[in-house]
Design a protein around this ligand. Structure first.
Ligand code: MG
Ligand code: CA
Length: 502
């Protein structure tokens, strides 16, 4: 009865609120009200919080997007956070032995006074969403902490480091708290779950498999990193990747596999650097995904509330109603309406894609700067290609000129030039299709005399290298690739050139 009275009052508040238009700015406020007025009364009436999920507080709706990192010992979780931040964080311990035995929330210092906040203080902070974790008891709270630092990355997200998981039953008993339960609690609330695996020793223990099961129903949040991939050669890496996909398929038995990113997420030299390009591209893809978190947080919250309401209804339908005095149709109706109408209205005002990318949502700092910054030759692995060397005073091809000159001289140049057919025989060794070689020829024979001098030949070899690296050949020769000897004659108004690749 008390719940019903509260429900009526809140409904009035909600209707008042709905009379103001729903906008992107008030989505989270609307969501909060929607929960309080429609779903929460139902949850409370049927003691949903006792048997399923704890009630949501304002802090749940206000919290920054969170990333949960999970993995067995020594898969590089803590190192990955350090890499993301470009910084150490308080309480950080890294080593080959089990080092992190705590759940550590790495968060922005804001106005907090301390570097390390113990678990029992974290769950008391009304601004943080961790209050419900107190039900996991003191043993857990002693293994829970906040790590605070000033970091531009943490202005937009918080990152949760978790204890490594060992194989064997003993480990589970020794923890003294419900590890899977805590994992499940976080999985329900975070925006991303990153699972790390070690390409160097890929074995999935029973306990890790069990904790992965706690992630069921949150597959859409999961991203997988096959880390330390530089520790194995390319053939082994293929085998490890296949093995990982096979194991994960068994654990998740979901038709849609989570995205897997292959790489080496730290700042050390690569042991096998044959896959450098792959790692760069994978890193950029992963970072793009993480960069989208702040702007997608509102949608995630709407989505999570939707899932929660569906689940509550499902549980009610399968419950024995004789235990309750009576089923309240009004409460069910309110939730039904929320599912069918209100949530759709909210979704309609949440901007999609780049529209949502406001300045303050952009993640900066740490490793994210390498994604955002295109001004260095190492900024964008994928976008580099023919751009490499732009802005440098030295002709980039002069670095490899000696090597190209050797080939050039072997082709029997006459008066410092090789004929079209001699150049063609060499260029065909690249196994590139004629379409690509034609394009390369047209860009390289700058003076359009149907022959290549040593500079033009070096340019052709350089462009072949760019193409073989998987980059596109530019439509026009960028000025930084023009040989210094040709800079004065490089004028697009030349006659229609001849080509040997028709
Ligand atoms: Mg660790
Ligand atoms: Ca020429």
């Amino acid at each position: 009865m008390v719940a019903l009275q509260k429900f009526k009052n809140l409904k009035a508040v909600f209707q008042y609120y709905l009379s103001s238009p729903i906008t992107h700015e008030n989505v989270e406020k609307q969501l909060k009200l929607m929960y309080k007025t429609k779903l929460k009364p139902l949850e409370e009436h049927y003691q949903f919080h006792d048997f399923h999920s704890t009630r949501l507080d304002d802090a749940d709706f206000d919290a920054k997007p969170m990333i949960l990192l999970m993995g067995q010992y020594s898969t590089g979780k803590t190192t990955f956070i350090r890499y993301l931040l470009g910084n150490d964080f308080p309480g950080l311990r890294i080593g080959p032995e089990p080092t992190t035995d705590k759940f550590t929330v790495v968060m922005n210092r804001d106005e907090r006074q301390r570097d390390i906040i113990p678990g029992n203080a974290l769950v008391m902070d009304p601004k943080l969403p961790f209050k419900p974790l107190s039900r996991f008891g003191n043993t857990f709270l002693n293994r829970f902490q906040g790590s605070c630092l000033d970091s531009p990355v943490l202005r937009n997200i918080s990152i949760v480091d978790t204890p490594g998981v060992l194989s064997g039953e003993k480990q589970r008993v020794d923890r003294g708290y419900d590890f899977a339960g805590v994992t499940e609690w976080f999985a329900e609330r975070v925006d991303r779950i990153i699972l790390l695996f070690d390409a160097h020793k890929l074995d999935i223990s029973d306990e890790f498999r069990r904790s992965l099961e706690a992630l069921r129903g949150h597959d859409d949040k999961i991203r997988i990193i096959l880390n330390k991939a530089d520790m194995v050669n390319h053939q082994e890496l293929m085998r490890v990747y296949g093995g990982l996909m096979w194991s994960l398929g068994k654990v998740f038995n979901s038709p849609e596999m989570s995205q897997v990113y292959i790489g080496s997420f730290w700042d050390r030299p690569l042991r096998y650097d044959i896959n450098r390009r792959l790692f760069e591209d994978e890193k950029n893809d992963l970072f793009r995904d993480l960069l989208s978190l702040p702007k997608n947080a509102a949608m995630r919250k709407v989505n999570d509330l939707y899932k929660r309401a569906r689940l509550a209804k499902e549980i009610l339908i399968h419950k024995d109603f004789s235990k309750f005095q009576n089923l309240n149709p009004k409460m069910l109706e309110a939730v039904d309406k929320m599912l069918s109408d209100d949530i759709a209205k909210l979704m309609a005002v949440i901007p999609a894609g780049d529209e949502a990318n406001t300045e303050e949502d952009k993640m900066k700092g740490g490793a994210f700067d390498s994604v955002a910054d295109n001004s260095t030759p190492f900024g964008h692995g994928r976008g580099e290609g023919a751009d490499a060397g732009s802005g440098e005073s030295e002709w980039i091809i002069s670095r490899e000129k000696e090597k190209y000159d050797k080939i050039f001289n072997s082709l029997g140049p006459v008066d410092g030039k090789v004929s079209g057919s001699a150049a063609k025989s060499e260029m065909l060794k690249s196994k590139l299709p004629n379409s690509a070689l034609t394009k390369i020829w047209l860009l390289s024979d700058i003076d359009k005399d149907g022959m290549l001098d040593s500079d033009e030949f070096a340019l052709a070899m350089h462009l072949i290298g760019i193409k073989l690296d998987g980059h596109d050949i530019p439509e026009e020769l960028p000025s930084h690739l023009v040989p210094p000897s040709k800079r004065d004659i490089c004028d697009p108004a030349f006659l229609e050139p001849e080509t040997n690749f028709k």
